[in-house]
Write a protein that binds this ligand. Structure first.
Ligand code: NDP
Ligand code: MG
Length: 384
């Protein structure tokens, strides 16, 4: 039996993870579950899975959570420090599935315990970069990617020497607007942006998929996880989302990982690693799917992947700045304050201000993140 903590249990990745746990009750014991605002869902999950402790990020909701858990014997706490304390509790596997840089400190706390961290929270790695990968090495932590592309690459690299890699190819669905004319993109609404053709996900990553910033963040994530060099990483649009990514070796062999567009597959791969576990996903029927297509990304309509590549090349604080600006711009778009194409424009504007010095520790990453958020708010007022 493995003990499991889920940071971001009330989200989309949290739900997929707990669905697998529900079907394999004898294999997992829940240590901590965390949410941010959804008290009702968090309390119900805590009771269902008999969690040792639950944490609500928004401390103002703690009394409500305690009331919902009255008589259960489950400990309930709240606020950012409580998230860190929960992440420090011994657990064999911690699923890091908070959205955004808000997940950075608890994810780092889990990494510092030196066990296994299954990472969905890509923004944390994009922001902290070397600060996080250094902590992973220093504490002997096993970092398993849940993001479907990185999980695919991780599987395709198994047993191979990265020195023999010619290319790592991240596939991208292209999002709901992949065939839209440039002029139409400016009028895209939040409702249209969150309606992803292949995947069901939280609002923020759905918008990131629509702008292709998700692939940009994943490019940076891959650069950290698989150090083969920026020139060996590329992106290919694959609208069917069946091939989740590929690794080509110097002898001309390409290994790809295929599967249904269901996050329970990569999550199961991380939860059971290095073994395998059952999932309820339908077997892949390639005859039924029939056609798999691929095309090069269009960085004129979707410049986000160019910005991400430039951030990798610039190094230092660039990726943290890009991520922070994007988080603020996506939130502004979702609340109707800016148009769709202004999201990536805002990121480009904030990067153009010039970069703070390279963060060397968690506190400095957080400082860079806060400064870039302030600049993004400023920049959006400048955008006509
Ligand atoms: P959701 O929006 O569905 O869930 C986010 C989770 O984080 C919820 O539990 C939410 O709590 C919690 N949360 C939000 N804000 C805060 C905060 N300030 N402090 C603490 N907790 C917070 O997101 P997803 O599950 O879609 O995505 C989670 C992460 O996984 C993201 O980094 C995303 O990029 C990544 N990912 C997601 C995929 C997917 O298919 N969904 C695929 C690959 C990666 P509450 O709901 O209670 O407010
Ligand atoms: Mg992904």
């Amino acid at each position: 039996m493995r003990s499991l903590t889920i940071l971001g249990a009330t989200g989309s990745i949290g739900a997929s993870t707990l669905d697998l746990v529900r079907r394999n009750r004898d294999a997992f014991r829940i240590v901590a579950l965390t949410g941010h605002s959804n008290v009702v869902a968090l309390a119900a999950l805590a009771r269902e899975f008999a969690a040792e402790i639950v944490v609500i990020g928004d401390e103002a909701r703690l009394p409500e959570l305690r009331e919902a858990l009255a008589g259960s014997g489950i400990v309930a706490t709240g606020g950012a420090p409580a998230l860190i304390e929960a992440a420090q509790r011994p657990a064999d596997v911690t699923v890091a599935a908070i959205v955004g840089c808000a997940g950075l400190a608890p994810t780092m706390a889990a990494i510092e315990q030196g066990r296994t961290v299954a990472l969905a929270n890509k923004e944390a790695l994009v922001s902290a970069g070397a600060v996080m990968t250094r902590a992973v090495a220093q504490h002997g932590t096993t970092l398993l990617p849940i993001d479907s592309e990185h999980n695919a690459i991780f599987q395709c690299l198994a047993g191979n020497d990265p020195a023999h890699v010619r290319w790592i190819t991240l596939t991208a669905s292209g999002g709901p607007f992949r065939d839209w004319e440039f002029g139409r993109l400016a009028k895209a609404t939040p409702a249209e942006a969150v309606r992803h053709p292949n995947w069901s996900m939280g609002a923020k990553i759905s918008v990131d998929s629509a702008t292709m910033m998700n692939k940009g963040l994943e490019f940076i994530e891959a650069w950290h996880l698989f150090p083969v060099g920026v020139e060996r990483l590329r992106i290919l649009v694959h609208p069917q989302s069946i091939v989740h990514s590929m690794v080509e070796y110097r002898d001309g062999s390409t290994l790809a990982q295929l599967g249904p567009s269901d996050m329970r597959v990569p999550i199961a791969s991380a939860l059971a690693w290095p073994a395998r576990m059952e999932t309820p996903c339908e077997p892949l029927d390639l005859a039924e799917i029939g056609t798999l297509t691929f095309r090069r990304p269009d960085e004129v309509r979707f410049p986000a992947t160019r910005l991400a590549r430039e951030a990798v090349v610039a190094g230092g604080a660039a990726a943290a700045v890009l991520n922070a600006a994007n988080e603020i711009a996506v939130a502004a778009f979702l609340s109707g304050q800016i148009g769709f194409t202004q999201i990536v424009q805002c990121c480009e504007d904030v990067l153009a201000y010039g970069l703070p010095s390279s963060p060397q520790c968690l506190e400095e990453v957080v400082a860079v993140d806060l400064e870039a958020r302030a600049r993004a708010r400023e920049a959006m007022e400048l955008v006509p």
